[in-house]
Design a protein around this ligand. Structure first.
Ligand code: UDP
Length: 197
């Protein structure tokens, strides 16, 4: 069985290692279309029940991972093959590790200004090969969005990390998907707070 159905959403049976490998290939191939990674946590699954637009964003995602112990538990209970959680936070740490070897570039969007700033400092200290091409806190107004999008477009990051909460991050990424000029975009929830410590 290739997918595990959770409340109508088919979760592919994909591991952390497979996810990181696929994203490495996406970066290497330098595709122009934005590759949207969704870490499917309970908020996303619940929101999808009512939010058709979110549901179609999830259906079109490049990768949908199972972020949430419940999803993996249900799969096991049904004898399914979804054996591993891939949370936004774990994925970010893995991408920073891999990125430090391969000099991947990042743009960090979201969280409070002090948290965002500190997270970028922590990256510089611990992942010296990673290139942070820009950063922006997550408490901007609608009027400020276009200039943020233009800055991201300008610096062309391999990875756009979006910590705006779920499902806001997913809607935001989708809204600007044709303008961002990043290879991969991922909504990561509270990961910058964790990274900042
Ligand atoms: N956040 C933000 N702008 C907002 C609302 C939230 O940047 O308008 C940030 C918040 O500071 C935190 C993250 O988004 O760093 C949301 O974390 P949470 O754990 O709530 O995310 P979830 O796990 O619900 O996606």
């Amino acid at each position: 069985n290739q997918t595990t159905n959770i409340m109508g959403i088919p979760f592919p049976n994909i591991t952390m290692n497979q996810t990181v490998t696929i994203l490495g290939d996406v970066v290497d191939q330098r595709q122009s279309a934005l590759f949207h990674v969704i870490t499917g946590n309970p908020e996303i699954v619940m929101s999808c029940q009512k939010d058709q637009a979110l549901r179609s964003i999830v259906d079109q995602a490049g990768i949908l991972t199972a972020d949430g112990a419940g999803i993996v538990m249900v799969s096991r209970f049904r004898g399914g093959q979804l054996t591993e959680r891939v949370t936004g936070c774990d994925l970010l740490f893995r991408l920073l590790e891999e990125g430090s070897q391969k000099n991947w570039s990042f743009y960090m969007l979201g969280a409070e200004e002090s948290v965002n700033k500190r997270a970028v400092e922590v990256i510089a200290q611990n992942y010296p090969g990673v290139v942070v091409r820009g950063r922006q806190h997550g408490f901007f107004t609608t009027d400020e969005e276009q200039s943020i999008v233009e800055e991201i477009h300008e610096v062309q990051p391999d990875f756009l990390i979006v910590a705006l909460g779920a499902p806001n991050a997913e809607h935001w990424i989708n809204k600007y998907r044709h303008q961002l000029n990043a290879r991969v975009a991922i909504g990561v929830g509270g990961s910058l707070d964790i990274l900042a410590g």
